[in-house]
Every structure is written in structure tokens, then in C-alpha cells.
Design a protein around this ligand. Structure first.
Ligand SMILES: NC(=O)c1ccc[n+]([C@@H]2O[C@H](COP(=O)([O-])OP(=O)(O)OC[C@H]3O[C@@H](n4cnc5c(N)ncnc54)[C@H](O)[C@@H]3O)[C@@H](O)[C@H]2O)c1
Length: 420
């Protein structure tokens, strides 16, 4: 049977939309499905709904259309699922978005198609999907339908480049699925690494968790160094300088939807405290660490405190699972006179489900007259802002876990930057 589209992406968010546009860019006929009407309207009207560099022109062409109903999937050779896969508030994978996709999609699946899971999933999920499809449709994986798990490993902000440069893991368990999945990704990825479902699921989780644990160690070193009155940024540079083993990462507010949740997908079946739980605790402690350790140097009570950055990582507009809102609440508990949040990647009013509506200050206005500053995100531009602050208000205290100034200072009075 001939299909009108090569690929239909279900869930055209931060992963699905760049993927669909990149498929289009390499000559595939691509379309999408999403339940979010505002997102559909933006993309169909030629606008990127979020910040992801390199895609504005492709979206503006208006050729990538997003539909509200999965009916369109019947007309596509491949269907790729990139919906969210969060944890419940417990340590428990939340499969509701995947299940809702399957329920909507089942009547529209056709013989000869490939169903490709791309959301990050817990081990065993692709097998669950195979059994679900075979229970609820007449299709048989490996006979009349292809099924693959092909994880997304891009970093937000780098999708355009990394979709063309990262090797693509392709998890399948029969020849038909392998053939269809390799054919889908061959025009995009420079290299295909074929494997089975669970290995593909674990590759993705291990990649993310390794990063999360690596940063937790960096954060623990920052805590230990400051407890001994030593400077982690300087120590780290010396430790890494021309030393070929054990690279130490920089400390920071380690968070974001992917890194934080993925450990839960691995250890939800184990009752034991383990390294992943410790890493989670370490990374979650960092906002408290910053408030406690700046608090040893200066009082926050009745002071004006500025927080620069509210997103979970540099130069993005994504606040999901950011630790900056948690830092905000810890500062709030000190009863300062005022807290001013500034993040030039976010709108004039920051709407946060826990912290309410916050005014988003211009960075220099936020710093003007501030007694203390926390750098919550390492956005481009904060180095210059802190150096302007040093000239104007040398006595303002700064907590810069990210080392945005590259001056190797963590807790310091802004004036120290005049010599650094
Ligand atoms: N964001 C990243 O950098 C990144 C990187 C690698 C992997 N991942 C993984 O990719 C997956 C998607 O993440 P994301 O950041 O793109 O999430 P997202 O929330 O930005 O996008 C998910 C989209 O799916 C849509 N959706 C939900 N249910 C739907 C349904 N039934 N039918 C159609 N659309 C539906 C939502 O409206 C949303 O637009 C997650 O599993 C995540 O862990 C994310």
C-alpha cells in the first residue's frame, strides 16, 4: 500500500517538532499530531512555539502541519511517538501519555507501517506496547507491523545539529521492524546502531543517568570544598589541567525533565538506597546549599535578593523541573525584604504553578540596590551583568555556582571581580 506521508510524529513538543522538521529537511514528507491547540496553531501559522535554534526558517515555510486527531496516521508509512513520559509523584513511571496515544492510534494503524517509540521509556515499555497492539488490533509485530524503540538523545538547544550527527540506536526484535526503522532513520542519522528493545531503552537511560550522577559528584565536591573553606572552581581547574583521567564536571543546579526523572525508570523496581538515589538527593540539595552557605557569609533576612535565571539550563526558555523555583522558595523562607527574579528568556510575567506570578525583572534593574545575587542558570549575558554590578555595587554578595564570570569565584562580594 502506498502512503501519502513518510512519517507522522505524535507529540510535537521539544523533541517531536525538531525531529519532524529535520525529517522534512532531509527530504521526507512529514506531518504531526498534537493535543495542544496553541502549539498546533503556532506551528501551522509558521511560528516556533519554543526556543530551539535553527528551525525558524523551516517552520516559517508552513509545510510541516500538525493535526489534532491521530486519523492522519493512517496515511503515513511510519508513526513516531514523542509524547512526555514523566514519573508520577511517587518513584513510578507514568505511562498515561503513551497509553492515551495507543488508544487513539489503534484504529488508524495499517498493515506495512512502522510504529516507532522515541520518548524516553522505562525498560520493558516497548514489549508492553507490542503486547498492547497485538491485544487491541489484528496487526502482528514482525508480520504486518513494524515496531521499534529509537531513543532521542539530543540536548535541548542542539537538536538541529545533533539529529544529523548522533548515532541512532534502533531497537527491534524482528526483520520487518529492523528494515523499516533503519529505512526511516538512514537519511537523517550518520550511523545506525541496531539492537533489541530493552538494550535500546537502557542505552538512553544510562546516557542520561551517567550525566546526572557525574553532575551530582561535581556538586558534592563543591559542598565539600566550601565546607573546608576551599574554592571548588580553582580546585577543579587544577584537577582537570593536563590530567588525562577522572574529568571533574562543573557544579550547578542540575535538573530538567529528563535528567531528574530517568533514574526513577531504572530503580522503581528496587527497594534499596543506591547511587542513583544519592545522586538525586545531592542534586536536589543544591538550592539549600546555596542559601545555607551564602547565609554563613551574609544575612538574607530583610535584604533585597536577586535571582538571575529561572530556566533549567542555559539559553533555553524551558522551566520544566528547573531547580530555580525551589531556590526561590528557600530564599523566601529567609524573609528577605524583596526577591527579584530575572530571566531574559522568559516573558515579562513568569507564571509558575508553585510560586505564582512573578515579575520578570530586567537584569540590571534586578541587580540595582540588591544586597545578594544568586546565579540560578548560566545564561549568556550574566558575566557582563555581574561585571557591571562590580563597578556599581562592589559590596553586593554573589553566589555563582556556575562560575559564569570564569573568575573562579563561588561566594564573593561583587567587587572581587574588579581584580579577576
Ligand atoms: N526535551 C528534551 O531535551 C528531550 C531529550 C531527549 C528525550 N526526551 C524525551 O522525549 C519525550 C518528549 O519530551 P519533550 O520534552 O518533547 O516533551 P513535550 O512536553 O515538550 O512534548 C510532548 C508533546 O506531546 C503532546 N501530547 C501529549 N499527549 C499526546 C497525545 N495523546 N497525542 C498527541 N500529542 C500528545 C503534548 O501536547 C506535547 O506537545 C520524553 O519522553 C522525554 O523524556 C526529551
Amino acid at each position: 500500500m502506498g502512503f501519502e506521508y513518510d512519517v507522522c510524529i505524535i507529540g510535537t513538543g521539544r523533541v517531536g517538532l525538531p525531529l519532524g522538521l529535520s525529517f522534512m529537511d532531509v527530504g521526507l514528507k512529514a506531518t504531526g499530531v498534537d493535543v495542544d491547540p496553541a502549539l498546533r496553531e503556532a506551528v501551522c501559522g509558521g511560528q516556533m512555539p519554543f526556543h530551539e535554534p535553527g528551525y525558524d526558517e523551516l517552520v516559517a515555510r508552513g509545510t510541516f502541519q500538525i493535526h489534532g486527531s491521530p486519523e492522519i496516521c493512517a496515511r503515513s508509512k511510519a508513526v513516531v511517538v514523542t509524547v512526555g513520559t514523566p514519573l508520577h509523584t511517587h518513584i513510578e513511571t507514568d505511562l498515561r501519555q503513551i497509553q492515551s496515544v495507543l488508544e487513539g492510534l489503534a484504529p488508524h494503524l495499517r498493515p506495512g507501517q512502522l510504529l516507532c517509540l522515541r520518548s524516553t521509556v522505562a525498560p520493558g515499555t516497548t514489549t508492553f506496547v507490542r503486547k498492547w497492539i497485538e491485544r487491541h488490533t489484528d496487526l502482528r509485530v514482525g508480520d504486518t507491523l513494524g515496531l521499534a524503540f529509537c531513543p532521542e538523545r539530543i540536548a535541548e538547544g542542539k537538536a538541529r545539529e545533533e539529529l544529523r550527527t548522533l548515532p541512532q540506536i534502533v531497537g527491534t526484535e524482528d526483520d520487518l521492524s529492523a528494515e523499516l526503522a533503519v529505512a526511516l532513520f538512514a537519511p537523517l542519522a550518520p550511523e545506525i546502531l541496531p539492537t533489541d528493545y530493552v538494550s535500546a531503552e537502557l542505552v538512553k537511560l544510562f546516557n542520561n543517568i551517567a550525566r546526572y550522577v557525574h553532575f551530582a559528584l561535581a556538586n558534592q565536591f563543591a559542598l565539600v570544598a566550601d565546607t573546608f573553606g576551599a574554592n571548588i572552581h580553582q580546585i577543579r581547574h587544577m584537577a582537570n589541567h593536563k590530567y588525562p583521567r577522572s574529568y571533574i564536571a562543573g557544579p550547578g543546579l542540575t535538573a530538567g525533565t529528563c535528567l531528574r526523572k530517568d533514574f526513577g525508570m531504572i530503580n522503581e523496581w528496587s527497594p534499596y538506597p543506591d547511587m542513583l538515589l544519592s545522586a538525586w538527593k545531592m542534586n536536589e540539595y543544591i538550592p539549600a546549599f546555596l542559601v545555607q552557605h551564602l547565609g554563613k557569609r551574609t544575612e538574607l533576612h530583610d535584604k533585597v535578593v536577586a535571582i538571575l535565571g529561572y530556566t533549567f539550563k542555559m539559553d533555553t526558555d524551558d522551566t520544566r523541573d528547573s531547580l530555580a523555583p525551589k531556590l526561590y522558595r528557600y530564599v523566601q523562607r529567609q524573609l528577605p525584604e524583596a526577591i527579584r527574579v530575572s530571566d531574559h528568556h522568559l516573558p515579562a510575567t513568569i507564571v509558575d504553578d508553585r510560586n505564582g506570578e512573578l515579575r520578570n525583572w530586567d537584569v540590571d534593574e534586578a541587580l540595582n540596590g540588591a544586597d545578594c545575587v544568586f546565579i540560578a542558570t548560566n545564561h549568556t549575558g550574566y558575566n557582563e551583568a555581574l561585571r557591571r554590578l562590580a563597578e556599581r555595587q562592589p559590596d553586593t554578595w554573589v553566589a555563582d555556582i556556575w562560575n559564569v564570570t570564569r573568575a573562579d569565584l563561588m561566594f564573593y562580594k561583587a567587587g572581587a571581580l574588579l581584580d579577576a
